[in-house]
Design a protein. Structure first.
Length: 158
């Protein structure tokens, strides 16, 4: 004989009256994916550390890291448009990541792992964006002297 035995984390629990075993049969649909999305949002956009997430979600560090690694963010391709391009490379761990951002839409429209920051990265990013249908109206860089020479005819701010 089985009896309902309350809810735990939104999932119905059951208890066998004969052997006193407790178990769960059904899981809430999509609960884990919603938790992963919320974890990812907190980690990326609320700047929560793994330590903070372990405390907020009452889970182990290993569980939080596994959920963050298992989350696959949906990549929505950027819509081609005329834009001011903020271009910069940042070192993350042992890699350099080159990013082009549209400040008005608050969207990264191009990112690529590169061996180091160079004017070649800027040139490749510009050509790739133009092939995708973007029109670059102006460029904001981080002080590369060759940018004004590389993008003649475009306003360049360093």
């Amino acid at each position: 004989m089985v009896k309902k035995s309350g809810f735990f984390r939104g999932i119905q629990g059951y208890k066998c009256r004969e052997c006193r075993t407790q178990f769960q049969v059904t899981k809430k649909k999509g609960l884990l994916s919603r938790i992963r999305k919320k974890l990812w949002f907190d980690f990326c956009f609320q700047y929560a550390t793994v330590d903070t997430l372990t405390k907020n979600y009452h889970r182990s560090e290993k569980w939080v890291r596994n959920q963050l690694n298992a989350h696959e963010p949906t990549l929505v391709p950027a819509v081609p448009r005329a834009m001011v391009a903020i271009m910069d490379a940042s070192k993350v761990g042992d890699e350099w990541i080159f990013v082009v951002r549209d400040p008005h839409e608050k969207e990264n429209v191009y990112s690529e792992t590169v061996p180091s920051e160079s004017t070649y990265c800027y040139q490749v990013a510009s050509q790739t964006l133009q092939e995708r249908g973007f029109t670059i109206l102006a460029i904001v860089g981080d002080g590369k002297v060759a940018l004004s020479w590389l993008f003649k005819g475009l306003p360049v701010q360093m």
